[in-house]
Design a binder for this molecule. Structure first.
Ligand code: FES
Length: 182
């Protein structure tokens, strides 16, 4: 028994004697432990709350035809859905609507509609597009794309971005690329 006490006493004395050397190492160990725990908690947090990209819906209701003016490019859906809705006259199908993609067909910038000049002008490399979406200046190799437009059951215009129509493939004449009013 006396031997045990002596041994314990010795350990304690040894530790105290080591004091100035041991204390910094304890600090380092605690810092490492705390750091590892923080990393682990961070990783767990990311697992439960991952970075999710919320994309806007692929289709949306754009209101009633009466809310649009003939010959005007409507800008209200540009920012939220990347769409210009145009009320216009088609030679074959009469008055109606088409929905243009706001993505420049050169390298994907967003052009601006210039009302005074009646054209879309891309700020990146200067491509120009007519109100119809046809390209006529700059490096863009093809017209803007159109999205499907139909009437929804409540009479509103429904724009469906899941279906595209490309003029260079002859798709602007297809059903859905133009919503006739008649
Ligand atoms: S991205 Fe539009 S002209 Fe280049």
């Amino acid at each position: 028994m006396a031997k045990k006490i002596k041994k314990k006493e010795l350990d304690r004395r040894e530790f105290i004697a080591l004091g100035p050397v041991a204390i910094p190492w304890i600090g380092v160990a605690w810092a490492a432990f705390t750091g590892a725990t923080t990393l682990l908690l961070g990783a767990t947090g990311r697992f439960f709350f991952p970075n999710v990209l919320f994309e806007p819906p692929q289709s949306f209701k754009a209101g009633l035809p009466a809310e649009y003016t003939l010959g005007k490019v409507d800008l209200r859906w540009k920012k939220k859905f990347g769409v210009w809705l145009v009320r216009d006259v088609d030679n074959e199908r009469g008055e109606g609507f088409y929905a243009l993609s706001t993505v420049c067909t050169h390298l994907g910038c967003t052009p601006n509609w210039l009302e005074a000049e009646q054209k879309f002008k891309c700020p990146c490399h200067g491509s120009g597009f007519r109100r119809s979406g046809m390209h006529f200046e700059g490096p863009a190799p093809r017209p803007l794309e159109r999205y499907r437009v139909v009437f929804s059951e409540d009479g509103q215009i429904l724009v469906d971005k899941s279906q595209k129509f490309q003029q260079e493939k002859g798709e602007w004449t297809k059903a859905g690329s133009f919503l006739a009013l008649a």
